[in-house]
Structures are given as structure tokens and as C-alpha cells.
Ligand binder design. Structure first.
Ligand code: DLL
Length: 435
């Protein structure tokens, strides 16, 4: 597969050179935060560390972690490393509890951000000939603006549609000859479904590729989107605290997301003990920014569970590849003591004939025992007239989920179009134990 590479110097660097670059950038970042951000200076002082003590990448382990709580305590601007007058853009993440996290960008940060997004978009095959429809919500969320400026950097034609208004999305796709769709994977499914209802055949569209991110999604969900929309679907990852989208993204080989290590230094830790885990282990991703000016982060605990693959990729990039996340350590459900990630259930459901990728997990507690009900929409033709057949189908599904999760669940089939549809990030878990 012949592929364009946006910034080959960084993307194909030999590891030794890359590590030297990372160390130099890390030292500059540490000096910057120590000098300008009280929270970091206090934390380093408490650990008896000054930036000069960090003389190798391995020394990073000596530094304390930064958490969402630190950001909350320093709301809104306390973590900024430059005066507000140098900040030219502010975004925030949509925290579900308490105050949101506020992040800022200098003019250089915005240029760097557009460049990083252009890199993963190029890796996914987007060029200046493409027409990119942004179906993320514009506003405080970083998704739409990130992909918007990345597309412009490539020279593609951007349609800043925003999320929602699905029928209009489809009309625009038809009339403006959109080649590239950008949004959350759950919104891609909503669009595919509406297209089917409207009788629009995706083969009649110009759509070739979809760049999806912002939430976890399984390989089974990818196959579903690719088949229903007739496109190649790639994954990209990021978080507001680090920059927004543009931390990592897949190339067309779709074997993990290349993490832009010239800009971000990744570590995988045990979420319980904070210990750095050996290469290839599954654990929590921790990121340190290496080039950011306004809002640098040192050892930020993302809460996302993944693993890193350092083996070379056929595309020629030497950057480490981050596997699809299993979910967040704080979204992980503990059912009867077993750790369960919603994505594991999705993987099973989407692979079963007759199940739709619309599901909801309801967790409850009866007496002292946790229960997990998986509500799943099924296609019309699976709403069997015969009770016996329906029972057998249910049992088969329950067995499959039980053996994947290692914990008993009950499955409830619900009629088509009864669960809520998503235009942004999907919310799939109702935990009644917390209510
Ligand atoms: O979701 C940034 C983004 C926008 C990334 C658009 C990609 C595309 P936040 O709203 O701060 O930022 O949410 C960040 O979303 O910690 C993950 O838990 C989750 N997440 C983002 N991308 C992926 C992905 C944006 N590709 C949080 N796979 C992160 C799994 C993802 N989870």
C-alpha cells in the first residue's frame, strides 16, 4: 500500500534519535513548568526533585503523576504555563461531575495541534483532494476544531457541519460529494441507520473513508460501520488535557494507532499501584507533553486502559502503536468482583447475527449481589413469533457474554429503534448502584 507520510522526519525516526529528541524536549518542558506553574513546583519540591535531576528518560519515573484532581484544584487557569495574554484559544472537557477542565493554547500550540491532526489524517489516506465533513459538535469540545484545522492544514475542503441533524448530514454528503466523514463511531452508526431508512444506497455516495474517535469502539463495530457505509474506518485517539484529537491515529493498515512520540511521551502503568509495567503490558496510559507551551502536562494519568506495541509497522512509521482502548479505568464496572469493560460486551454483541450495535448496560444490586442486564436491540426479523426460538437465541447470547466476561449477565432483547441514538459520545451504562 503506497502511502503519503506527513512529517517523515519525526514519524520514521530511528528510536535512538527519537529518544534523544524526547529527552531534550522533556527537559525543556520540566524547566518551563517548574518555573511557571505553582502546582508543579510544589509537587516537585515535595518529592525533592529539581528539573536538572532528570537526565534520562528512565528518570521520568521519579516525577509525581498529574491527575484530573490537580486540574480541578487549579480551575480554571492555575495550570497554565504562560500568561493569559499569550493564550489565543480556550477549550474545556465535558466533565460529568463538578467543574469542567479548562485547557489553553498559544499560537504555536494551535499550529502544532493542526499539524498533529494533519499527520493522522494523512496516515488515514486524506489528501488535499478530499472533501471532509466534520460531524463532531463545534464548541468547547476539541473534536470538531481539531479535525477542522487539521483538514485545512492538509488543504482538504472542510464542511463544518457539526453534529446532529442527521438527514441534512446525508443530504450534504450526497450533494457536496463528501469523501471523508469525521465524528464519533456511534454517530457513524446512527448515520448509517438513517441512510437505510431513507433508502440512500452508500454506494451512490463519494464517501471513501471515515475517521472516528472520541470514544471507545470495538473491532466488531468497525466492521459494522465499514460494511454499512461502504468505507474504510480508522480510529484516532486524544484527550483535551493533552491537546484534543491528534495524540494518536491509525494508518491504513489499521493495526494500532501511531502515537506521536515526538510530541507526547507515553508510559503504561498499573492503575492500582502506579508502577511502570514492562513493554507490551496492558495498563493505564500516562502521557507527558513535550512541546506544548500554554498547557504542558507531566505524567498525566489518562485513565485509559491500553497497551503499546513497539514492533515496526509496514507503513514505515517507527512510532509506537497504541491498541484500541479497553475503556477507562474509571468506567470499568466491577460486577460481582469481576472487572468488566463495556467494550468487551460490544465485541460479542456486534458479532452476533441479528443484533444491532445499539445496546445499554444496566447495573443494579439485588440484596448484596450485583446484577448486569444487557439490553440489546435486534433486527425486525429476529423478533421471533416462536417463543422457543427466542429463548434459544437469548440463551446463546448470554452464554457467549458469560464466557467472555467470566460473569453471569441477563440479556433483554428490545425492539428496533427503542434505545436512544447518539450524535456525540455514546452513554451506554446506567449504574443504578450509584443512584
Ligand atoms: O474526545 C478528544 C478527541 C476528539 C479524540 C475527537 C478523538 C477524536 P475528551 O472529550 O477530553 O477529548 O475525551 C477524552 O475520550 O480519555 C478516552 O477515554 C476517550 N477517547 C477519545 N478518543 C478515543 C478513542 C476527546 N479513539 C477521552 N478510543 C479519552 C477510545 C477514546 N477512547
Amino acid at each position: 500500500m503506497q502511502q503519503q507520510i506527513w512529517e517523515p522526519t519525526y514519524e520514521c525516526m530511528p528510536r535512538e534519535e527519537l529518544e534523544q529528541l524526547q529527552l531534550e524536549r522533556l527537559q525543556a518542558t520540566l524547566n518551563r513548568v517548574y518555573k511557571n506553574v505553582t502546582c508543579y513546583r510544589n509537587k516537585f519540591n515535595q518529592h525533592g526533585i529539581v528539573p536538572e535531576d532528570i537526565t534520562s528518560l528512565a528518570d521520568l519515573a521519579k516525577l509525581p503523576f498529574t491527575t484530573k484532581e490537580d486540574l480541578r484544584l487549579n480551575y480554571p487557569y492555575g495550570m497554565f504555563a504562560v500568561p493569559l495574554r499569550e493564550v489565543i484559544r480556550i477549550h474545556s472537557s465535558s466533565g460529568t461531575t463538578g467543574k469542567p477542565t479548562v485547557v489553553g493554547y498559544t499560537a504555536n500550540d494551535l499550529k502544532a495541534w493542526a499539524n498533529l491532526v494533519a499527520r493522522f489524517m494523512t496516515a488515514a489516506g486524506v489528501t488535499h483532494d478530499d472533501v471532509v465533513q466534520i460531524a463532531f459538535g463545534y464548541g468547547m469540545f476539541t473534536g470538531a476544531f481539531g479535525l477542522h484545522y487539521g483538514s485545512e492544514a492538509i488543504g482538504a475542503s472542510v464542511i463544518p457541519m457539526g453534529s446532529g441533524n442527521t438527514e441534512k448530514q446525508i443530504m450534504i454528503m450526497q450533494d457536496y460529494r463528501t469523501t471523508t466523514l469525521v465524528g464519533t463511531p456511534s454517530y457513524a452508526i446512527t448515520i448509517a441507520e438513517r441512510m437505510e431508512q431513507m433508502g440512500v444506497d452508500p454506494k451512490t455516495l463519494s464517501l471513501k473513508v471515515g475517521l472516528f474517535g472520541g470514544e471507545p469502539w470495538s473491532e466488531a463495530m468497525r466492521r459494522e460501520i465499514e460494511t454499512r457505509l461502504g468505507i474504510i474506518a480508522t480510529d484516532n485517539y486524544g484527550l483535551s488535557e493533552i491537546i484534543g484529537p491528534g495524540v494518536a491515529g491509525e494508518c491504513l493498515h489499521k493495526c494500532g494507532m501511531h502515537l506521536f512520540e515526538d510530541a507526547f511521551l507515553p508510559e503504561i502503568i498499573d492503575p492500582d499501584t502506579g508502577e511502570i509495567l514492562p513493554q507490551g503490558s496492558v495498563g493505564e496510559l500516562v502521557l507527558t507533553t513535550l512541546t506544548k507551551e500554554a498547557f504542558p502536562m507531566v505524567r498525566y494519568r489518562t485513565r485509559d486502559i491500553t497497551c503499546l506495541d513497539y514492533s515496526p509497522c509496514t507503513c514505515g512509521r517507527t512510532l509506537v502503536r497504541m491498541k484500541k482502548t479497553m475503556g477507562r479505568s474509571d468506567d470499568m464496572l466491577i460486577i460481582k468482583g469481576v472487572n468488566v469493560y463495556p467494550s468487551q460486551i460490544e465485541e460479542v454483541l456486534v458479532a452476533v447475527e441479528g443484533c444491532q450495535p445499539h445496546y445499554q448496560l444496566v447495573v443494579d444490586r439485588k440484596g448484596n449481589i450485583d446484577t448486569l442486564e444487557v439490553q440489546i436491540e435486534v433486527t425486525e426479523n429476529i423478533f421471533f413469533d416462536e417463543m422457543k426460538m427466542q429463548k434459544a437465541f437469548l440463551e446463546r447470547l448470554e452464554k457467549r457474554i458469560d464466557s467472555t466476561l467470566g460473569v453471569g449477565v441477563s440479556v433483554k432483547l428490545v425492539e428496533p429503534n427503542t434505545l436512544s441514538r447518539h450524535e456525540g459520545k455514546a452513554a451506554r451504562v446506567i449504574d443504578k448502584r450509584k443512584m
